[in-house]
Design a protein around this ligand. Sequence first.
Ligand SMILES: [Zn+2]
Length: 839
Amino acid sequence: MKNVYLWWGICSLFFIGGCTQRQINLAVPGVSKELAVYRKASVSDLKYKLEFHLPAQQKEAVKGKVEISFHLSKPEQIILDFREDREKIKQITVNGQLSAYRFEKEHIIIPVSESVVGFNRMEIVFIAGDRSLNRNEDYMYTLLVPDRARTLFPCFDQPDLKARFTLSLRLPQEWQAVSNAPEKDAYEADKNRWVCFAETEPLSTYLFSFVAGRFERAFYTQEGRDISIYHRETDPQRVVQLPLIAGQVFGALNWMEEYTGIPYPFAKYDLIILPGFQFGGMEHTGATLYNDNRMFLTSHPTVNEELGRAELIAHETAHMWFGDYVTMKWFDDVWTKEVFANFFAAKMIKPLFPAVNHTLNDLKNFYAASYSEDRTAGSNAIKQDLGNLKDAGLVYGQIIYNKAPIVMQMLEKQLGEEAFRKGIQEYLDTYAYSNADWEGLMDILDRYTPVDLKKWSHIWVHEKGLPEISARKEKGWWWLVQRDTWNRGIQWAQPVSVMFVKGDSIKIKEMLLEKEKTRISLAAETDIVVPGGGGKGYGYFALDTASLSYGLKHWKDFQDPLHRMSILMALYENKRQGKLKSADFLTSILTSIQREENPLIYSALLGYLESCCADLCTDKESIQKAEEKCLTLIYSSLGKEYRLGAFRTLLRIFRSPSCSQKIYTIWRLQQLPEGLYLSERDYMNMTYELCIRLPEKSEEMLEIQQSRITNPDRRREFNYVARALSPCAEVRDSLFFSLLKAENRQIEPWTLAVISYLNHPLRQKEALKYIRPALEALEDIQRTGDIFFPKNWVAATLRGHRSPAAANSVRDFLEAHPSYPPLLRNKILQSADHLLRLE
Ligand SMILES: [Zn+2]
């Protein structure tokens, strides 16, 4: 696809430095790196003064006006980004004169004769693009990351051209508005409300944002700091959580100020909680957006849910310093902001949850999530090449969110906590309100350590994949062996824990793995050696037959939760690699899950159980045993959280008519086993799952459940998703094909739920025909959707499939598209891993 754009040719000749002539290929859609470098070299002191007229009617156009002022260091064509039809540009004046601009391939090109060296001022009257306005009946919000500011208004849409924004909005009278800066003025005129915001600090375009509509606003104050939380929630049980949310935000702000030594660097901080928001959160400076389901928990949340919310709040708050205050130059370094957000979030939540084993939590979250992509044929390096910002969304994934923090923890260990902190403070001071890259950070940290950081960074940051680590007995000695599964001959240097078992004696030792083979001292007489046992080390720990059967039998016997979890994770990864049978792993889990006392491990076990059941979808006996175990757990004397976890797992795996009947009775009578609490969302999910098992009752169930939902946003979601539960295959087919049109999939989380139910494990055969068209649509999904949509779209399509026919469908697609965009191809390979490994 990229190659095609090359034909569109060279559009312009540019005179650089007065005498050197250089050709720049600018007539490509998107923002090429070349264009970004070209503009950065000459444009500075940038300001946008923006005005939008937001109509009450969703279908009416949003009119806009932007005044762009900047300094130009040499005479040249001014190239702005605007990803809309040319008809939407109504008028352009440059330095007081009507412009004779051209519009080509998403760019407004102002002739060199109209620009002046020094101060330039342009004014553009336009119709705003709707693509990133997320318009609903009575509210809207912008989401412009990574390169979507250019869909809303003409601009220089690249992160290293930071600008000060001044925004004015005309709104329907009863609407509220919130943006990056504080409100400066508000008044009513002509039955409309005008809200004018103060000028922002320097911001990258992707961080500019506003939200407008009908919202409730809650104020909170602590130690002279005010925050507002805007929301649309009506359920008192959820609204009551707002003070706790505000408390965590204050806590995170204080923590970041203390660690960095830099007071919160922007004028104000507000939160907006949105239904159907496509991410968990988005760190718009001073106006962070959050997904309502991640923020409002049930009345009896699990530890995992509480940890998840606290991590999310800490993550988005950390971004105010890492991402907003210091921003990456280009989106190939977007990981440098995500890594710090997650790395510091993990530190921040520790004091909030003193009862939680945080080393275990990191292992369970960062490592497991990172392996889910790093083990696949679609693995990518932490730092990826990015030629054009239109592909920037595709560099996001588990690797940057979860492998990068693991790597950062290693870096902190090498430098020592205090030196690391000083280095980070110097980094923030050096690049305040500006932009940096990974190399800039390395240069600073390099001064705080004798370690060769460049060499270390090359392996961990610039190369993809994970080492396969195994223990081998040779010539009377045990050796720890690492192998590069991509055959590049890479050797990773890291401390790895190893478990030694001889009879009843168990020892865990940490050793440094640097070379291909490392001799394990004191292990010559050991019967079983389990690499990674103990929880230290990043890699695929390939277990031999003896350690596999030892692990299956004894994982439950380890007192230390970290040891238990490390064995379970190794077993799971060996199952994924086809070295351990799902049936054997399932039996081991079912035998001992009721004894597990650690809530984090217990929830991991339920996840493994579900994964085994998905693999064993045709094995009725195994599924029935899993159902029975879940029912035993639900009705047991275990804690509420454990019983609830078992109930939610049962909802995803149940098959037998007797179990369906039991769940149906619970749903109909809303009579739960004593002491168990279900949320409205649990009931919604129960309805969806029951409709698939009991199609004859689906119409009645959907009607009843709909009448139980009181919040209008949630009812809208339910009605949207419920269409996927139709017992009629033709209805489902036409729903699926309707989603191939962008206008029918605007609310991404709801669309993904529909795709998941259409491709439900119990409907695999009928859904086989959806795979190919869903993959064919992927490039359009990327073009029209937000960052996580392409990966989530493929994952929702393929997750429920386990048949060789489904695997062939993916293979056929990949073969038919040999020059498919590599970043997008990776997303398919990551999501199809379980299919492509089928025998
Ligand atoms: Zn983030």
